[in-house]
Design a protein around this ligand. Sequence first.
Ligand code: HEM
Ligand SMILES: *[C@@H]1O[C@H](CO)[C@@H](O)[C@H](O)[C@H]1NC(C)=O
Length: 544
Amino acid sequence: MSPSSPSSLTEAFVNIKASHLIVASVVFIVYFILHKLYIYPFLLSPLRNVPGPSLGHPLWGQFPKVINSESGLPQREWVKQYGPVVRVIGPVGLDRLMLLKPEALHKMMVADWLDYPRPGFLRKVLGHVTGYGLLTVTGDEHRQMRKAMNPAFSIPNLMAQTDMYYDAIQGLVDIFASQTISKEGKEIQVYDWMSKVTLDIICATSFGYHTDSLHNPHNELAEAYEHLVGLQSGPNIAMLILTMVIPGMPRFLQSELAHQYRSLFTHIRILAPLSTLIASMHSIKRISAQMLKEKMKESIESGMVEGDSELSGKKDIMSILVRARTREVGSGYRMSDEAMMAQVLRFLGAGHETTASGLTWTLWLLVNDISSQERLRAEVGPVYAQNSRPDYKTLRDMKWLDCVVMESLRVMPPVPITLRKAAKSDYIDGLFVPKGTLFWIPIRTINTWTNVWGDDAEEFHPERWLNLPKNYNSTFSTFSFIAGPHMCIGKTMAIIEMKAVLAALIASFTFEPAYEGQTALTAAAITMKPTDGMPLKVKRVQDL
Ligand code: HEM
Ligand SMILES: *[C@@H]1O[C@H](CO)[C@@H](O)[C@H](O)[C@H]1NC(C)=O
């Protein structure tokens, strides 16, 4: 081979080029990795001097610790150690920030909420499990949708709806009574029943639909939600997030094809939960579509007509919204009846498991504080002796009941943590935060911050609410429903519903640990579902 032949020269050139290219690429990739993992977070990030834990895992940062712990607890430990402004390094060197002070929360959640939306992956996951709706939209679209939905949650409507809770509540009381005939009482899996009663209540109040999962052990909707909620675990959520960011994946998982071949996922261990996810979502969607169809038919037949006053006629949320809508003239944003009803269906996902967890932990806290439980029985007992369907005002005005529910929501918030992302660079409470930074909104940590609540902040003491601490701020000292335009639309409803269920149970039953030394843990990643279904020993008050 002659070195001067043009072809070999080209070849040599190409070879040199190729090897250079490879070397250059390797150098680049190594640099890129080093940059992402170490150079940026430790030398360049504007947040590098903010206090916080060490890197953790060289690739995943503190992520493994977060997903393998009880939800919200590592964050609380970090705040205890580093104070109200904490920076944690997450996967591939990305910054996470936690800000606890009211000023910071006010800016992110209220004043400049549009600059701090829920991160895209969270919207994708929520959108997948609850559907497109208030939880997944932002900006103008959110404002208009929220405006259309708000009327259904007005106080007069909630007052009118309270009575609708009692079919389910009395069903529950009867079931507990029939299970506890023996004087020794009976061990009952409390979480399962709370989940059923709240499902029946939300179906009744949302669409006037009589689910009666309480009396149907294999109610398909209840089972689908049970499976869905059971999927929650740090690693599963992480897998789901990774899956959802693959383009086309969210749509594929919703498809008939995926449903048909879902069992294939069970062959790959880490993907196995997808099969359950697909099956549950499929059932929920099918039953929802059925409810929607019936409701549409009913609304046409009964002619939910213009001019009906808000409180006459059916009192479920869907009927109220359809009536409110037909009365509203000339507004720019008009959802179709069907779109509106589809929206109401989302409340099922947002309002069922949360309230069930809230109730379950309230019972647990009362099991561990017998004097608070007895004090509650002394308050609700006489009320129930007179009327077993107390109305909105009666429930609202029972003072100790209020203390118990507020305190439970404070120490065991059903949604322990949520997320936000900086859509632009800005100063928050004096700290420069670059665009793209991910925020934990550590609800459970905010609720139990010693600066506000004192050294016993993590303990359950309902009497706090009779004499609030001097640093208490009514918007930012407990954050169980967050604040601002994205504040939980169901907040007042959830609180009154919890009171109605709790009061009925405490008036008729006593609750004790199921066994000596019982402890309880949350399995949860998104909500606070207890790991073991929460067995408790239940006895009838009349037998005491
Ligand atoms: C104790 C029970 C409940 C708790 C602790 C709770 C908590 C929350 C939290 C923390 C958020 C904000 C999530 C975020 O922005 O990252 C939220 C939003 C929401 N909740 Fe609830 N919730 C409860 C019950 C309910 C009920 C009963 C309903 C419906 C009837 C409901 C419907 C919604 C909706 C639609 C949103 C989205 C609001 C928006 O972005 O505009 N929730 N909830
Ligand atoms: C709570 O904190 C916010 C933000 O700092 C402030 O604007 C508001 O006035 C405070 N409210 C009370 C009752 O202290």
